[in-house]
Design a binder for this molecule. Structure first.
Ligand code: SF4
Length: 262
């Protein structure tokens, strides 16, 4: 079994909040998000034997409780992820997957085999606004981006409901980039669209401080990240529709908002 492999973080405490994980970054992604910081994983391939990743999991096993597949978009490599998730389960690791939500059928297969403990799904723009999603996933800026944004939004929406219907732990997150995606209106509409899609207020939703210094789109690279107080303001905006809101910053890590005490 071959894997289109990027790199490994052998021990991480930031990729699955509350757990210590080994993280594999896999190559390839169907999107071209202009703010993508991992774009070196998008274009070139590096095929390696899955046994190399298995050996890394085994080496990290005494120090971690979980493995996270990230990227890139890991679910582009269905067979490799299924193979590696089976190995992770065999050695007693929990499995988490960071995904852009574009592969609901792969998620269904993984869930059907009991191979995933938590999904982390990007909600890059309001789920009822294909135009906005088109901007967020690079349809406007990159000629090699061929995905119909209406299809993208439909797939992400299906992925979210699939995870909720299967009772698997879920985190939804939006990366906030100044003057690109993350105005009050954007966050209001994203939170509203999550609430309308799921019919729930209790879905875990994270506003992530985005960094654009290495963005795929050069003209974004001078955007300053939002500071914590700005993210707190956005959390209040999202709270009109959702209750389980976190902000994630470099300064303070993961913080759950307690709206009663603010
Ligand atoms: S940020 Fe966008 S382009 Fe980059 S890996 Fe994630 S989904 Fe793909």
């Amino acid at each position: 079994m071959k894997v289109n492999y990027g790199n490994t973080v052998p021990i991480s405490t930031v990729d699955w909040h509350g757990k210590v994980s080994i993280v594999f970054f896999l190559r390839g992604c169907p999107y071209r998000c202009p703010y993508c910081q991992n774009h070196e994983l998008l274009f070139e391939s590096n095929m390696v034997e899955a046994s190399i990743l298995e050996a890394e999991m085994k080496k990290s096993r005494p120090f971690v409780s979980s493995v996270v597949f990230s990227g890139g978009e890991p679910l582009m490599q269905k067979d490799a992820v299924i193979h590696l998730a089976k190995y992770a389960k065999k050695i007693g690791l929990l499995v988490g997957i960071h995904t852009n939500g574009h592969y609901p059928h792969v998620m269904a297969e993984l869930m059907g085999e009991g191979l995933v403990d938590k999904f982390f799904i990007d909600v890059k723009a309001p789920l009822d606004n294909a135009e906005s999603y088109a901007k967020a996933i690079g349809c406007r800026d990159f000629t090699d981006m061929h995905i119909d944004p209406k299809v993208a939004v439909d797939k992400v929406s299906r992925s979210i409901n699939l995870v909720l219907n299967n009772g698997i732990e879920l985190e939804l997150r939006t990366t906030i980039i100044r003057d690109f995606m993350g105005s009050s209106d954007d966050v209001h509409n994203i939170a509203r669209s999550i609430n309308e899609l799921t019919g729930r207020r209790d879905v875990v939703y994270v506003l992530q401080q985005g960094f654009a210094d290495r963005a795929l789109l050069e003209s974004l690279r001078d955007r300053k990240p939002l500071v914590r107080d700005e993210l707190l303001d956005l959390a209040h905006v999202a709270h009109e529709f959702l209750d389980n809101i976190y902000i994630r910053t470099k300064e303070k890590g993961n913080e759950k908002l307690n709206f009663e005490s603010i």
